[in-house]
Ligand binder design. Structure first.
Ligand SMILES: *Cc1c(COP(=O)(O)O)cnc(C)c1O
Length: 351
């Protein structure tokens, strides 16, 4: 029996903390493998085909992480000296250690969005004209669901409007779809429909889908061929990677359908938190709850410290904002523990 040290903790920090399921571990053990740099790993090939099919694109590429998937995508779409238009709080801009600027030599042009969605006319106005002073616009990058906007789903109408503008100006669109399947189940559409508004998509196997490692990027065949070379340059050419891809296949076949449970638990948490006068919380669309605790007199870090004393983990997302993410390895009991702990901490504070 496999046990994990973290078992007694309730961990709302991220859906990345999910551990692989028994089916994944079995698939990893049993899978056939080959050398993927030679294109000979059957599980990697199957995962890449499956991912491409699911998102309606020609080809896929298994990459080490979401960050690597986004970096490879930006590098494959752009040339040094170009500009990328993206939302001010997007993961690529906020959390990827300026990799695209450093390695790709591209400049980031940020547009503040509403719940992660950029206004199409603002995006169009930011596209550079042909002027000796200007960098040229090489890419528009979107994010759905939007992490820092609290797992917000970008409306399809917004994506469609941006796609029309991008096409008019012959600029590609990359979608950071780390949680694209959360977006799809929350909005009652398919990931394929969402993906249809982008030229390339990166999504994570290792978040709500519970695989231990990895992301996949998808796009046109020639584009993926170029991306594969970038992956090699960045040191992401893995050999018997089928060990990891086998878990990714289980993730795609079995774990998408359970995402509504995560969304229901986030809803339950948010409703419980909304009853507390010290908390401002936006009702979540997917599996991320953002709560503002400024009225409690505690900072986010202070609250997190006290929760940690109770073996409950979450992340701060600003001086007074705490992020809670639901996933397979937390349940109603854990949610109740969090709600009780927060209530007791605030009660102690008021005394
Ligand atoms: C998690 C995440 C990523 C990539 O994360 P890795 O930890 O590098 O796999 C990219 N974009 C968004 C929106 C994310 O939430």
């Amino acid at each position: 029996m496999l046990t994990d040290m973290a078992d007694k903790k309730v961990d709302f920090r991220s859906d990345t903390v999910t551990r692989p399921t028994p089916k994944m571990r079995r698939a990893m053990y049993e899978t056939e493998v080959g050398d993927d740099v030679y294109g000979e790993d059957p599980a990697v090939n199957k995962l890449e085909e499956k991912a491409a099919d699911l998102l309606g694109k020609e080809a896929g590429l298994f990459v080490t992480s979401g960050t690597q998937g986004n970096l490879i995508s930006v590098l494959t779409h752009t040339l040094p000296g170009q500009e990328v238009i993206l939302e001010s709080e997007s993961h690529i801009f906020y959390y990827e250690a300026a990799g695209a600027a450093l390695i790709g030599g591209v400049q980031m042009r940020t547009i503040p969005g509403k719940r992660g969605a950029m206004n199409p006319s603002k995006v169009e106005a930011a596209i550079r004209s042909d002027d000796i002073h200007f960098p040229s616009t090489g890419l528009i990058a979107l994010e759905n669901t939007h992490n820092r906007a609290g797992g917000a789903v970008i409306p399809l109408s917004n994506m469609a409007a941006l796609a029309t503008i991008a096409r008019k100006h012959a600029i590609p669109i990359h979608l950071d779809g780390a949680r694209i399947f959360n977006a799809a189940v929350a909005s009652g559409t398919t990931a394929k429909e969402i993906a249809s508004y982008a030229d390339s998509i990166s999504f994570c196997l290792s978040k709500g889908l519970c695989a231990p490692v990895g992301s996949v990027i998808v796009g046109r065949k020639e584009w993926i061929d170029k991306a594969r070379k970038w992956r090699k340059r960045l040191g992401g050419g893995m050999r018997q990677a089928g060990i990891l891809a086998a878990a990714g296949i289980v993730a795609l076949e079995q774990m998408i359908r359970r995402l509504p449970e995560d969304h229901a638990l986030a809803q339950y948490l948010a409703e419980g938190l909304a009853e507390l006068p010290e908390v401002d919380v936006v009702l979540p669309e997917t599996n991320i709850v953002l709560m503002n605790v400024e009225k409690s007199g505690l900072t986010a870090k202070q609250l997190l410290q006290r929760l940690e004393d109770e073996d409950i983990l979450a992340t701060d997302f600003g001086p007074f904002t705490v992020r809670l993410v639901t996933h397979k390895d937390v349940d109603r009991t854990g949610a109740d523990r969090l709600l009780d702990a927060v209530k007791n901490i605030f009660k102690g504070e008021a005394r």
